[in-house]
Write a protein that binds this ligand. Structure first.
Ligand SMILES: [Zn+2]
Length: 254
């Protein structure tokens, strides 16, 4: 997969049982867990570094969505309850990830040039900036927020307000946000409703739900066939699920 902001090409290897277990057991924030996932599965097609925390947030989220499409398909279905007083109607949201990411189009605003001395940095007038990386976002979440992001990604750290604004808007054009707020109308009361589609939170919640059954599957198969944990984890996901389903069926039939 080609990453539009960083300009790199990355491969995702097929998921193995050990990956599922690691993700099911991961303890950190969704962002940190998503990082664990990509550190395990993604490898650079070039000779570049494979520290994915240095990836721009845009490319990181696009890569996560590519992984999700490979595993669960293109369609996203999600529902929540209308927050309007006295309504509480179930609102369903459904969309195609291909359509969703087609709207993410990194551009290059006028006046911005690559910084010849520092890869990843761009120059704009008297200032320089780079698109926020995943590690910046992890640090911002840990405390410091948007101010910390600006301090790490714009130089000099306190440019004049107008220049800072231009840098921020150039940054957003070069590395547009993938996560966004979806808007719709409640079918019950007609009120406008909004749902935040945060890519790491969505993908991590979904895979942790799906991967959460792995220990039960290992347990079932180990009891039935007396294979070791390592042997069972080395099975392709589909086959492991198949064996577990057969064992459950037999259990119900007995
Ligand atoms: Zn409603």
């Amino acid at each position: 997969m080609h990453l539009p902001v960083d300009g790199r090409t990355v491969r995702l290897r097929p998921l193995a049982g050990a990956d599922e277990l690691a993700i099911a057991e991961a303890q950190g924030s969704p962002l940190e867990t998503a990082l664990v996932l990509l550190q395990r599965l993604a490898s650079p097609a070039d000779d570049g570094a494979d520290d994915w925390s240095a990836l721009s947030v845009t490319d990181f989220e696009l890569l996560l969505l590519a992984f999700r499409r490979g595993l669960f398909g293109d369609l996203v279905r999600s529902d929540f309850f209308c927050p309007q007083d006295g309504c509480g109607e179930r609102v369903e949201i459904e969309f195609s990830l291909a359509d969703f990411v087609a709207g993410v189009t990194p551009g290059r605003p006028r006046g911005v040039s690559d910084d010849p001395d520092r890869p990843g940095w761009r120059r704009l007038g008297e200032a320089a900036f780079r698109p926020p990386a995943v590690r910046d976002q992890v640090m911002a979440q840990a405390g410091g927020g948007a101010d910390l992001l600006a301090r790490r990604c714009i130089e000099p750290p306190n440019p004049p307000a107008r220049l800072k604004l231009r840098c921020v808007s150039a940054m957003e054009a070069i590395a547009p946000e993938v996560s966004q707020t979806l808007e719709g109308v409640c079918p019950g009361c007609g009120a406008p409703v909004r749902a935040v589609f945060h890519v790491p939170a969505f993908v991590v919640a979904e895979v942790q739900r799906a991967f959460g059954r792995i220990t039960e599957e290992v347990d079932l198969i180990a009891r039935a066939y007396h294979w070791s944990e390592a042997e069972i984890l080395s099975l392709p996901r589909r086959r492991r699920q198949d064996y577990a389903a057969r064992i459950r069926d037999r259990g119900l039939a007995a």
